[in-house]
Design a protein around this ligand. Structure first.
Ligand SMILES: Nc1ncnc2c1ncn2[C@@H]1O[C@H](COP(=O)(O)OP(=O)(O)OP(=O)(O)O)[C@@H](O)[C@H]1O
Ligand SMILES: [Cu+]
Ligand SMILES: [Mg+2]
Length: 753
């Protein structure tokens, strides 16, 4: 299965989105297609053996739109130029039409004032009221400014569909062509005792207002993707390389992996890499959301686009171009912005049958009024009013705009949200499961205690450190790294290991100079039949201190015990308290032993502890919590957490953790700070609230407007909805939806503690 994102052009409203969806879905070999109107993107899952991008693009072309793959754009070459030019051209075109339409409409409205108000207004020249003059003025507005409505409406008709363009072109045409009759044959009306009134100004004003709304909408939509532009703008333009012992400045695109780059204080780090010389502190806030600068020394990783603070250093480029952390973030955010929140599906379904239903209501309105009153004017005004006010364009904007701003805001706060679905789900989380090592704690354990059975005489202790560290050197477990570091610190040379084996969740073993060395948990020792009574007291003491005790057995005999401690992240306690304040149940899930886990849990204020859980049981444990009827989020960093992250309703990976965990998760917390979980939940709540407001704004005009426009209040109060007001209301509803979504940009993480 192949997954691609396509940029789309030519959409005018949400029903366009569903026709593109239909068009792509009907290509054989396409599995799934989601079109996002706000982001103007389609996400397509297809079988590359059965179809290809070209076939999909053709299907979109046939439907009357165009599509091109997102990958073709050079992500890091500044803002996507083609896209920007397209948007600008569209805005300029709209601007011209709005200006022309605005001037003409004003003249027309002034000309019809006497007729509308029934007053004699001597300062208005009579010729302005002449139907022929009005016809000549309106025609360019109707067919030049309103051209796109006809074209798009026609495209829709060819697909047997109806969109907002259908409604607008129908509505304004009704006003325009009806007015032609009294213009051409005034005597026909006069003979019947009717005034030959014309409604040109209605058509012109409605078209102008809707275009004005579109212009605002266009501008505001440009701002919703501001986050991406900001991210791309973070990128440095040049890098100072050291080549053949010389410093040269090169454009960032020319940096290749392995290049040595020099960075001075205050400069931006151009690409990702590893420090090889010098030391400094670096502000990584723009990428991780972490506000404190981070110390770096040789061996440490640096991230492109972060800012060097104090010292100069050299580093070797390890990731360039579209592989850098920043480029990955941009890509992720772009994909997330194009994804569809479940709440949107409802809106889409509504839009699907809305337009045909509106046309039916409009027809009915006309028939009823005309039959009952015989009044053509009344019948026409109500019908045009219904057609215009019922346009569901704001409905299609309601969710995508909020999702775009919300995911962008997340990225700014160091929270990468992979899809709108997890953004929506996050506000429902009831239980949050935290992995211990690397999530609550720093994941940088150190050996603090070392107890041997046979004392320290005759180099026995150093010999044991050598055996242990030699085996552990082959393991990737953080505990293993701690042991190796300990040995290095003691300047113990490591030996070769044969038959190394890691037993996940239990320990490691291997043969060093003919001795079988086994290192791991008490449970594993008893499974191996090794008696571990000797150092029981020491073990319990270590565990009460919150340290992990690992047994060392040589040739089936316990020889020693190591106490390894992993400091709690200073922010964890605060974060956990905040989560509990938000009403969530916080659970700790760990493979470590019960006593150690409980000590750490007590320190951070967690009550429910699930300890000694084997890696293959972590997912099952999450499932069990879900079967209690809870919406469960899992936060973890390790490979052993990946299945649980995937099982959870919302999986959150720590950005400093393993790639496997990040791939399995829905949300990545780029810095390891658990407080960003709180921010993620707050952001989700804010976004959902925003979407609900938007849906309300979008619906209220239609729901309240249609009956009024249909003339329901006329028999009672004599109220009619002028089509001009309907046009203004509908333009206003789109604008208010987008403006409301932009309010989300002000989102700020609230400290809850
Ligand atoms: N390489 C190793 N060396 C020594 N002991 C190990 C090793 N790998 C695992 N163990 C033992 O197995 C236990 C469980 O390991 P596991 O990886 O499942 O969890 P963890 O990393 O300790 O905790 P968490 O689940 O919170 O990340 C460890 O606490 C340790 O006692
Ligand atoms: Cu509309
Ligand atoms: Mg872990």
């Amino acid at each position: 299965m192949e997954n691609t994102t396509l940029k789309l052009r030519g959409m005018s409203c949400a029903s366009c989105a569903s026709s593109i969806e239909d068009a792509i879905n009907s290509v054989p070999g396409v599995n799934e297609c989601i079109v996002n109107f706000g982001a103007q993107q389609a996400t397509v899952k297809y079988d590359p053996r059965r179809t290809d991008l070209k076939a999909i693009q053709e299907a979109v072309d046939v439907a009357g739109y165009s599509a091109y793959p997102l990958q073709e754009q050079n992500l890091m070459a500044g803002e996507d130029d083609a896209e920007k030019r397209y948007r600008l051209r569209e805005s300029r075109d709209l601007m011209r039409k709005v200006m022309a339409g605005g001037i003409i409409s004003t003249v027309l409205v002034i000309g019809s004032l006497p007729m509308m108000t029934g007053l004699h207004l001597p300062f208005i020249p009579a010729w302005l009221h002449n139907p022929w003059v009005q016809l000549i003025l309106t025609t360019p507005v109707q067919f030049w400014c309103g051209y796109s409505f006809y074209i798009n409406g026609w495209k829709a008709l060819k697909r047997h569909a109806a969109t907002m363009d259908t409604l607008i072109s129908l509505g304004t045409s009704a006003a325009y062509f009806y007015s032609l009759f009294p213009t051409l044959f005034p005597s026909f009306f006069i003979n019947q005792g009717l005034t030959p009134d014309v409604y040109y100004e209605t058509a012109a004003v409605v078209i102008t207002l809707i275009l004005l709304g579109k212009l605002f909408e266009n501008r505001a939509k440009g701002q919703t993707s501001e986050a991406i532009r900001k991210l791309i703008g973070l990128q440095a333009k040049t890098a100072r390389l050291i080549r053949n012992g010389q410093e040269v400045d090169v454009p960032i695109e020319e940096v290749i992996i392995g290049d040595v780059i020099l960075v001075r204080p205050g400069e931006k780090i151009p690409v990702d890499g590893e420090v090889i010389e010098g030391a400094s502190t670096i502000d990584e806030g723009m990428v991780t959301g972490e506000s404190l600068p981070v110390k770096k020394q040789p061996g440490d990783e640096v991230i492109g686009a972060t800012i060097n603070k104090t010292g100069s250093f050299k580093f070797r480029a390890t990731r360039v171009g579209s592989d850098t952390v920043l480029a990955q973030i941009v890509q992720l955010v772009q994909q997330a912005q194009g994804s569809k929140a479940p709440i949107q599906r409802l809106a889409d379904q509504v839009t699907g049958w809305f337009v045909p239903a509106v046309i039916a209501i409009a027809l009915l309105t006309f028939i009823i009024w005309f039959n009952f009153t015989g009044n053509m004017t009344l019948a026409l005004i109500t019908t045009v009013g219904v057609l215009i006010i019922a346009c569901p364009c704001a409905l299609g904007l309601a969710t995508p705009t909020s999702v775009m701003v919300g995911t962008g805001k997340g990225a700014e706060n160091g929270i990468l949200i992979k899809g709108a679905e997890s953004l929506e789900l996050a506000h429902k989380i009831q239980t949050i499961v935290l992995d211990k090592t690397g999530t609550i704690t720093q994941g940088k354990p150190t050996v603090t205690d070392f107890v041997t059975v046979n004392g320290t005489a005759n180099g026995n202790e150093m010999r044991l450190v050598q055996l242990t560290a030699s085996v552990e050197r082959n393991s990737e477990h953080p505990l293993a790294e701690a042991v190796v570091r300990y040995a290095q610190f003691q300047e113990v040379a490591l030996a070769n290991v044969k038959e190394f084996e890691a037993i996940t969740g239990s320990g490691v073993q291997g043969i060093v100079s003919g001795h079988l060395v086994q290192i791991g948990t008490q449970r594993w020792m008893s499974e191996l039949g090794i008696d571990a009574q000797v150092l029981q007291q020491d073990k319990e003491r270590l565990e009460y201190l919150g340290k992990t005790a690992i047994w060392i057995a040589v040739d089936g005999q316990i020889q020693g015990l190591m106490g390894i401690s992993d400091a709690i992240k200073p922010t964890s306690i605060q974060a956990i308290r905040a989560l509990q304040k938000l009403g969530l149940e916080v659970v700790m899930l760990t493979g470590d032993n019960r006593r150690t886990a409980e000590t750490i849990a007590r320190e951070v204020g967690i009550e429910r502890v699930l300890a000694e859980v084997r890696p293959d049981q972590k997912a099952a444990t999450v499932k069990k919590l879900q079967s209690e009827g809870k919406i469960v989020a899992m936060v973890g960093d390790g490979i052993n957490d990946a299945p649980a992250l995937a099982q959870a309703d919302v999986g959150m990976a720590i950005g400093t953790g393993t790639d496997v965990a990040i791939a399995a998760s829905d949300i990545t917390l780029i810095s390891g700070d658990l407080r960003s979980i709180v921010t993620a939940i707050q952001l989700s709540r804010a976004t959902i609230r925003n979407i609900r407001q938007n849906l309300f704004f979008a619906f209220i005009y239609n729901v309240a407007g249609i009956p009024i426009a249909a003339g329901i209040l006329f028999p009672i109060f004599g109220w009619l909805l002028n089509p001009i007001i309907a046009g203004a209301a509908m333009a206003f509803s789109s604008v208010s939806v987008v403006t409301n979504a932009l309010r989300l940009r002000k989102f700020q993480a609230k400290p809850v503690a």
